[in-house]
Design a protein around this ligand. Sequence first.
Ligand code: F6P
Length: 324
Amino acid sequence: IKKIAVLTSGGDAPGMNAAIRSVVRASAYHQLECVGVYRGFQGMIEGEFVDLDARSVKNTVNRGGTFLKSARSKDFMHKEGREKAYANLKKNNVDALVAIGGDGTFTGATIFGKEFNFPVVGIPGTIDNDINGTDFTIGYDTALNTVIEAIDKIRDTASSHDRLFLVEVMGRDAGDIALNSGIGAGAEEILIPEEDMGTDRLLESLKRSRKSGKTSSIIVVAEGDQIGKNIGQLADFIQTNLTEYEVKVTVLGHIQRGGSPSCYDRVLASRLGVGAVDALLDGKSHIMIGVQHKKVVQVPFEFAINGEKEIDKELIRVADIMSI
Ligand code: F6P
């Protein structure tokens, strides 16, 4: 291969710029040309390419978001769109693609790669940490730090007013952000989709804590959790049944997606970018570069997308013990 295209697709995540930079610099290191594609697969369809060399990615390692921009392309779901994308890659003499994103990105990349027998390697970039076959995704660590910083602030006001706060965090169908930030921020309860707590048990537990002397409380709720899905209703239910507290709701929302990436995310992004270019030079395709037990690994796309990522039971136990 002589020329690699790189794009970011799906929800952005802090550290995506560091991953692009790594792909560009690893390409330059191996004397390969590199081209960036704007707005993910949509830009590939519309032919929005930009030449990138080692210097074009200066001052990006510390920047949040993605300078290539990101999108969720509906057109790429249709063969006609993918044909246009393929024609644009050929027109630009691109031999291989690195797609940075989450499961939607890898699903599109798998279909495209197979359809045109085109080498594609993925890098997991999403705050959700919901990709199978990698211990961490780029952006997750930064998002966790953003969440605990926010909850620390909520804690100050919660304790001043003896209030109970329900704090909704992102994660789509995964509870990783909620569970880890909940432990880190000292949450009273953590509601995650992987474990159905049920409202009765939640209430019992809150009553017990109140009796044990707690005067304020923070409950972290994953957006994908069943009882948390309608957080307003949950707040009403608690308020009705536990009148000692005043219940408030905070939805953290998209602040979790922004900000300068943590050192961990920058290093992870740098490693995975190098791993992606190495894999392509090795003739590999249809794989994601991930990290397992501190080592960079190659994982088939199918496994990354379809495998069942289990929540860490030990963390659930730790969370339970901490909230005694
Ligand atoms: O996948 C990242 C994520 O931030 C999820 O946590 C969340 O459910 C979703 O994207 C929000 O998407 P959008 O930015 O399109 O509202």
